[in-house]
Design a protein around this ligand. Structure first.
Ligand SMILES: [Zn+2]
Length: 87
């Protein structure tokens, strides 16, 4: 068993969704990871215990404020990184 920050999954899902509809910005692997890191540094971690990759605890994904916060931070991450790509 190990602890895992489930927020990483949520942020990367949200990032994929938003980048899918984003305009003319760099969407390379480096930028995607920079965006994910930027958002993850500003969102509270959601640690869960996993065993063999299985998620035991479902988190408060249904909470509207929780989703609004994630959407806001991921959107800001995309704006920030796409303005200043580190490559
Ligand atoms: Zn890039």
């Amino acid at each position: 068993m190990k602890v895992y920050n489930y927020m990483e999954d949520i942020v990367s899902d949200e990032l994929e969704k938003l980048l899918g509809s984003a305009g003319d910005i760099c969407k390379c692997q480096k930028c995607r990871l920079d965006m994910a890191a930027w958002a993850l540094n500003r969102l509270p971690p959601q640690y869960i215990v996993t065993e063999k990759g299985r998620v035991f605890t479902k988190l408060n994904e249904q909470n509207i404020q929780f989703q609004v916060d994630i959407l806001r931070e991921v959107t800001k991450a995309i704006l920030n990184i796409s303005r200043n790509p580190k490559h």
